[in-house]
Design a protein around this ligand. Structure first.
Ligand SMILES: NC(=O)c1ccc[n+]([C@@H]2O[C@H](COP(=O)([O-])OP(=O)(O)OC[C@H]3O[C@@H](n4cnc5c(N)ncnc54)[C@H](OP(=O)(O)O)[C@@H]3O)[C@@H](O)[C@H]2O)c1
Length: 282
């Protein structure tokens, strides 16, 4: 299956490397002609949108760079959707569970069709795009949460949390990147449409992740745990962060499974420890 991945960041590079038949395009996704040429040139049957402004050093950047953010996250996604339709390609767009803030309206986590309540500018652009793409006949929105991976990367939740001196201890749904690669392949093969919550079964508390990190990776790791509200009041973040639990009934209905969080974390923390040691000794 010829697959063209747009966006040369953390997830786009990984998907292009590991999905059979996939290649990477780093053209500007708001450039209609460049996008159409890339899809045509790759004879793409499946298009994956992993391009978007996520902010450097973090998502607060999007609060102060709103035009760049909506251009990439909304206009770029629509440009890809239109070009995919014209080329008769199926499109999978990487969305985010950060469109949900706080407890879900019904027990078990936020469901795919629950109306969202985004607060930050970044999360508003992600939700705006979800609303536009979800009804299309040739697109699926793959909402993920806090990617966790065995390799060190500033976008990896393990690397992020281990780097903070002060951390909020919250419970979240998370997405292990190896599982994401597998699920995207399954959704592409089925030409799935609509919104999917792609998070591993179970939840993860920041405190538990860091305890495992200190145990397996770096025994000298120390941090201070603070209250969620202190993140903004202490000036550590400009906009409140989304913390939430997701339910994935639509993935389950297709019979697509992901590893439980506990088992995946055990395996991935072992991989992370190896990467940490090889970089420390290099
Ligand atoms: N990592 C997470 O925590 C997370 C969680 C949920 C959802 N997601 C979503 O997953 C997708 C991929 O994120 P990621 O973690 O791989 O982030 P990333 O490492 O920041 O990758 C995004 C890539 O897209 C590029 N990009 C931005 N605007 C573009 C444009 N107009 N045309 C082409 N490329 C453009 C970025 O380049 P520049 O850096 O030069 O702008 C970057 O290389 C994003 O849509 C993000 O919203 C990520």
């Amino acid at each position: 299956m010829n697959t063209l991945v747009f966006g040369g960041g953390f997830l786009g590079r990984r998907l292009a490397r590991e999905m059979p038949g996939a290649t990477l395009s780093e053209v500007d996704v708001t450039d209609r002609i460049a996008v159409a040429d890339a899809i045509h040139g790759a004879r793409a049957e499946v298009v994956i949108n992993a391009a978007g402004k996520t902010g450097r050093p973090n998502v607060d950047w999007c609060e102060t760079h709103q035009e760049a953010t909506w251009r990439s996250n909304v206009l770029g996604a629509l440009t890809l959707a239109e070009a995919s339709r014209e080329a008769d390609a199926h499109m999978l767009h990487i969305g985010s569970g950060c469109v949900f803030y706080g407890p879900s309206p019904s027990p078990g986590g936020w469901r795919e069709d629950d109306p969202a309540n985004p607060i930050s500018y970044y999360s508003r652009t992600k939700y705006a795009t979800d609303l536009l793409l979800a009804p299309m006949a040739h697109t699926a929105v793959v909402r993920i949460r806090m990617p966790v991976d065995g390799a060190m990367n500033p976008r990896n939740l393990i690397t992020k949390l281990a780097g903070y001196a002060r951390v909020i201890d919250v419970e979240n749904s998370v997405t292990f990147v190896d599982d994401l690669v597998h699920v995207i392949g399954e959704l592409a093969a089925r030409r799935a449409t609509g919104v999917f919550h792609v998070t591993n079964p179970g939840t993860l508390r920041h405190r538990d992740l860091l305890a495992r990190y200190a145990n397996r990776v770096d025994p000298s790791h120390r941090c201070e745990f603070i209250e969620e509200e202190e993140l903004v009041s202490l000036g550590l973040a400009a906009a409140p962060r989304s913390n939430c639990l997701l339910a994935s009934p639509r993935l389950a209905a297709l019979g697509i499974t992901m590893r439980p969080v506990a088992a995946a974390l055990d395996e991935v923390m072992g991989q992370y420890a190896l990467d940490f040691r090889s970089r420390s000794s290099a």
